[in-house]
Design a protein around this ligand. Structure first.
Ligand code: 4NP
Length: 159
């Protein structure tokens, strides 16, 4: 049985697609778990549904070795709680919004992605309204760290 991981931010065009691409890249390098983990992302808002990631996330992700080209935004739905084992929010507002639609029977892990990171930060800052590249690089730095921590947890579960 695969472990299914869903990353969630607000628009699903900056942070959570970056998390999807980074985590997928990391998992794909690990032969012992690469076939046992399924990964997706979604936004709490549906404003960008069907859209490609933000051009800055695409471009800066590519310079860091991550391919976001094929990803398309979608809105999170209550049914996701029946599909996914880990639902990981990028910030506290995303988590509050997810808790509001969490079914009582959900027995998976709903929490902040950065709880798995080696960082004192608890939230991935929203880079959408920032200028320049720095905010997008920081998003990747935080997501890389949290991805490594999440892999340790998932490996413990699987092997
Ligand atoms: P994300 O960033 O939640 O990391 O995808 C945002 C994308 C779009 C908007 C806000 C944040 N927006 O207001 O459209």
């Amino acid at each position: 049985m695969a472990i299914k991981v869903l990353f969630v931010c607000l628009g699903n065009i900056c942070r959570s697609p970056t998390a999807e691409a980074v985590f997928r890249s990391r998992v794909s390098e690990l032969l012992e778990i690469s076939q046992l983990v399924e990964i997706d992302s979604a936004g709490t808002a549906g404003w960008h549904s069907g859209s490609a990631p933000d051009p800055r996330s695409l471009q800066i992700g590519a310079t860091r070795g991550y391919d976001l080209e094929s990803l398309r935004a979608r809105q999170v739905k209550a049914g996701d709680f029946d599909q996914f084992d880990y639902i990981l929010a990028m910030d506290q507002q995303n988590l509050t919004d997810l808790e509001a639609i969490r079914p009582a029977h959900f027995s998976g892990h709903l929490g902040l992605f950065l709880d798995f990171a080696d960082s004192s930060k608890r939230e991935v800052p929203d880079p959408y309204y920032t200028s320049g590249d720095q905010g997008f690089h920081e998003v990747i730095d935080l997501i890389e760290s949290a991805s490594d921590g999440l892999i340790v947890r998932i490996k413990d579960q699987l092997v």
